[in-house]
Design a protein around this ligand. Sequence first.
Ligand code: 16G
Ligand code: ZN
Length: 533
Amino acid sequence: AFTFENIVTASALHPKPQNIQFTYGTAGFRMKASLLDSIMFRVGLIAVLRSKKLDGSVIGVMITASHNPEEDNGVKLVDPRGEMLEQSWEVYATSLANAPNDDALVETLERIIAQNKIDVNKPSNILYAYDTRPSGPALVASLEDAIKAAGSSYTNFGLKTTPQLHYGVRCLNTQGTNDAYGEPTEIGYYNKLATAFRQIVSDKQRLSPLYVDCANGVGAPKLRELIEVIGEDIISVNIVNDKIGVEGALNHNCGADYVKTGQRLPPGSTVTSGDRAASFDGDADRLVYYYVDTDGTFRLLDGDKIAGLSAMFIMDLVQAAGVDSIKVGVVQTAYANGNSTTYLTKVLKVPVSCVSTGVKHLHHEAEKYDVGVYFEANGHGTVLFSAEALQTIRTAKGRTPAQTTAIAQLRALTDLINQTVGDALSDMLLVEAILTHRQWSLKEWDQAYTDLPNRLVKVVVANRHIFKTTNAERQLVEPAGLQADIDALVAKYTSGRSFVRASGTEDAVRVYAEAATRAETDELAFRVAELVF
Ligand code: 16G
Ligand code: ZN
């Protein structure tokens, strides 16, 4: 049963460190793992309350710090449909995390219960998982202490990628309904992806092996298992950076964030001209592709490129299937390369919306389209099919053999693509499926458009909270006058664009700049950074 006595007794073992202010941000709680003990306990309590509020629906808890260094860890909550925690509850999580002592803890719990009219005698169910970080097991124990003290049911989903946990939550909550998402097991996840992939690429000639850098994280064993289920006769990968047992290796000089930020190969990479390569991040929810050109230049195919490729392919399929009522849209953030936006709007002629950074904003906006393709430039993204679009695709009947084939392929795509959150494994299969269909090399994919040179600079400032933005973070409203200065600078550069925003995950301000040439870009980024500092 749920009693404050049990909770307070258990909480004594997980005191909040003094003088720290915690915030549930875009990535949940994330920091040095050594500071997370009390957070884990309290997140457990929030998860239990959220589940009770939703009549016992399964709530997910993922323990990971994604692309951050190995000594960090973090935790985020997953809502019943596999989506990010509803925003109003982020506030509850933050207040509970900051309750200085047991009295305040109980008061905060009582307030949340009262405000949401929660019946604490209702059942609650939690599904949790963790990545490969060494700090994981101790944090799991703190989480379990809370869930047990609160008298809740729970399931340990074990070592998983973040998207696998999202998948599991959605499956459990939709089991036995018309809306069933899949079998709530890891093998169920692999089988769903594998069946869809095999169907899409059947009778097509397979591609050369793909090098996959798994950031020395959980993506390595999971990709290996997935490939085994699909069959090595159908897809072949060379898994690199799979040292999950080696201390300090996670995300170190490898992974999607390293490759995207530095726009370079991971050191020691054996990828050469003609090879196809991709990188995941530490919890396998981001994906970027890259290759080395014949002249030795590194070429990155980031989230923007994946969005362009996916939108193009899906639009073609929709047409070929004769279900033109289905409208495709793309969601980007201000970090999308200017030429990607031009390609989408001018060449593909697809509607594009721009929203603030953070998966929840993109996801929410993508839900407004029949088929909403959303990707952050950093490689996080997916494709959402609306209920109506799914219905149309499921019931469509082809009038020609070509239409029938296209409809079947669209159907398979809806299974191949993880509808809950961006998923490196699923996204990789999506890209591989499209490239197999077209028999394209990465270079051919890259021909769609050429990225404008771009630069991201991190500026450490006294107080990043004074930087307030509007217009999907593309303009500053505060400090007063700064945007006008930035505009005046930008106007001096051909195809110049620059914006400034406070990071949601680090104590710093980020400056983004792009322009026609590398030299102009670097100069613009540097000069805007000077204005900010
Ligand atoms: C978080 C976001 C990611 C975003 C990044 C920006 C989620 C799950 N993750 O990692 O989407 O790109 O923050 O970081 O929403 P920044 O605010 O430090 O630039
Ligand atoms: Zn991640």
